[in-house]
Design a protein around this ligand. Structure first.
Ligand code: SF4
Ligand code: SF4
Ligand code: SF4
Length: 263
């Protein structure tokens, strides 16, 4: 009998919200898992056996959530790369470093001191995505991910196809759903330069887009820190508009949340 493809879902430092989004697929996840062998996913297996560098089995696809924040994460991540045919970044933490990347914009030591009592014991590396340490084969963006994109990426990977996300901004989703534009109402919204696909879910809830899915053409292929000229032009247009309604400090404050501020 033909062996089923082996899938691992691995977690580094994170809130684990992207794993919860995977679980939230419910019956659809159970149906998809009939076609694969799950070799590591702590929410559906014996947790003590998962996310352990020495216990990691070989697999066809490893989805990695979280950012490599310390030595243990980095060692696990490098082992994942050795054991997996394909490695896919699952969510913003793995893609671009998560909200913890905000510390890159300030005094890291001061920030650690304000958070941890024993801050000297904390490994306080720069924040960033998993591509700082390993080659990455694909990205499922967002904080958290859009669960149906996980399913589509799994199906595509199993079929040997590239997983593609339409390159259109979040604004298109507002237009398609007739959501009231918050930028027009004077709020700092990064939707015009952010990759769509989330259904503009924040705007639907009355919250402006903070860009958790990354800049538009930057997401595929994954290129942390690189901003193509076309995006730069759009970004400058957006920034001019934002400067009419907000201070530079407030704009940068929003851009920093998901690592979109350019120095
Ligand atoms: S991307 Fe967001 S939801 Fe996912 S693990 Fe990171 S912080 Fe949590
Ligand atoms: S609310 Fe934001 S994402 Fe939606 S249309 Fe306005 S600028 Fe674009
Ligand atoms: S609206 Fe913006 S911040 Fe909200 S989920 Fe979509 S991309 Fe992320």
């Amino acid at each position: 009998m033909k062996q089923k493809p082996k899938i691992a879902i691995i977690s580094l430092t994170s809130c684990e919200g992207c794993e919860i989004a995977v679980l939230d697929l419910g019956a659809k996840l159970l149906e998809a898992l009939k076609n694969v062998e799950l070799v590591s996913f702590k929410y559906m297996m014996e947790a003590s056996l998962c996310n352990k560098r020495n216990e990691l089995p070989s697999c066809d696809i490893a989805f990695v959530e979280g950012s490599p924040a310390n030595k243990k994460d980095i060692e696990l991540l490098k082992e994942v790369r050795k054991k997996a045919e394909k490695v896919i970044a699952l969510g913003h933490c793995a893609h671009l470093g998560g909200v913890q990347r905000m510390k890159n914009y300030g005094d890291k030591e001061k920030i650690a001191k304000s958070v941890y009592k024993q801050y000297k014991k904390i490994e306080n590396n720069d924040g960033g995505g998993i591509d700082k340490y390993i080659k990455v084969d694909g990205v499922i963006p967002g904080c958290p991910i859009t669960k149906d994109e996980f399913l589509r990426s799994l199906i595509a990977a199993l079929a040997g196809r590239e997983f593609e996300i339409e390159e259109s901004p979040v604004c298109y989703e507002c237009l398609n759903n007739s959501y009231e534009c918050l930028l027009q109402k004077g709020e700092i919204c990064l939707g015009p330069v952010t990759l769509g696909g989330c259904g503009a879910i924040c705007v639907k809830s009355g919250q402006a887009c903070w860009g958790c899915r990354g800049f538009l053409p930057e997401v595929l292929p994954l290129r942390d820190g690189a901003c193509p000229v076309s995006t730069n032009a759009k970004l400058e247009n957006l920034r001019s508009k934002l400067k009419e309604i907000a201070s530079e400090e407030d704009i940068e404050g929003v851009e920093e949340i998901f690592g979109l501020r350019r120095d």
